[in-house]
Write a protein that binds this ligand. Structure first.
Ligand code: HEC
Ligand code: HEC
Length: 221
């Protein structure tokens, strides 16, 4: 007795292939989950070379003025990072994300940098980063005064402004303490959610600032 292929064989193989095809199509075409909280893709950027060069790297620069400028330029990688600039805008509105887009919702600095009396920063920004919503937080959360605006300025301009008593109310030891120790500044290395932290550590940054002051606090052109 010879084996005969059943007549419906071809048809059922075709049906099976069709079913697999439909399954694959359904899997590929199903809606993708939307990114949370409308964060810009720019915040996914992982900034390369996230470490700061140590002070020891600069000893080779014999001329103290040139060394001072080089130290400040390295510290400038922190100072001009979006984590710092977002709170040092040149308008009354903070900016957000690595792309430094205008803060949503629109908020304004108010009389003390802590927001309008009717919509304080602390309404949304609590004492610590809030993991569930991704809203950053710190007990001192507020905007830097307008005379300490950094956005749109060159590093040299920011440097001279830091040292100008008409715009900064901090003397040099206070500036150093603020950069190296202040916990609001320190937030930039622990920004929560998927934000890229400032490069290096606050301690390494403080050491660069201390060495910059020790070498005469020279500014880039
Ligand atoms: C109604 C709620 C709300 C108020 C009020 C508010 N914020 Fe925000 N803020 C947010 C949210 C939400 C985010 C996170 C947005 C994101 O990262 O996508 C944010 C992010 C920020 C960031 C960005 C941090 C970074 O580096 O990405 C800064 C700076 C900021 N706020 C400053 C302020 C300041 C200063 C005030 C007061 C003048 C204030 N905010 C008031 C909700 C608020
Ligand atoms: C959440 C907002 C916020 C963030 C983020 C922030 N700052 Fe500030 N910054 C302020 C406020 C507010 C002041 C005014 C402090 C004061 O007068 O005591 C200030 C003042 C300063 C000053 C004094 C400037 C001057 O001319 O005297 C320095 C320096 C400074 N910040 C450094 C930094 C650095 C570096 C970072 C990032 C690593 C940073 N800040 C991030 C809010 C912020």
């Amino acid at each position: 007795m010879t084996w005969r292929r059943p007549r419906f064989g071809c048809l059922s193989v075709a049906m099976l292939l069709l079913a697999i095809l439909i399954l694959v199509a359904v899997i590929m075409l199903r809606p993708q989950p939307q990114p949370q909280s409308g964060r810009l893709p720019a915040d996914d950027l992982r900034i390369e070379n996230a470490q700061l060069r140590p002070v020891a790297d600069f000893v080779a620069i014999a001329d103290p003025s040139a060394r001072s400028v080089a130290l400040f330029q390295e510290a400038g990688r922190v100072i001009q990072h979006p984590r710092c600039l977002n709170c040092h805008p040149r308008t009354d509105r903070p900016t957000q994300t690595a792309a430094m887009r205008p803060h949503m919702p629109a908020v304004t600095r108010g009389p003390d940098g802590g927001g309008d009396p009717l919509l304080r920063c602390s309404t949304c920004h609590n004492d610590a980063n809030f993991a569930a919503s991704g809203v950053p937080g710190n007990p001192k959360w507020r905007l830097a005064p307008i005379e300490q605006a950094w956005q749109g300025r060159t590093l040299g301009e920011i440097c001279r402004q830091l040292l100008d008593p008409a715009r900064s109310h901090m003397d040099r030891p206070e500036l150093l303490h603020h950069m190296a120790q202040d916990e609001l500044v320190g937030w930039a290395w622990h920004p929560g959610a998927d934000r890229t932290p400032a490069p290096g550590t606050q301690a390494a940054f403080g050491a660069l600032i201390a060495a910059w002051l020790d070498t005469g606090a020279r500014c880039p052109a």
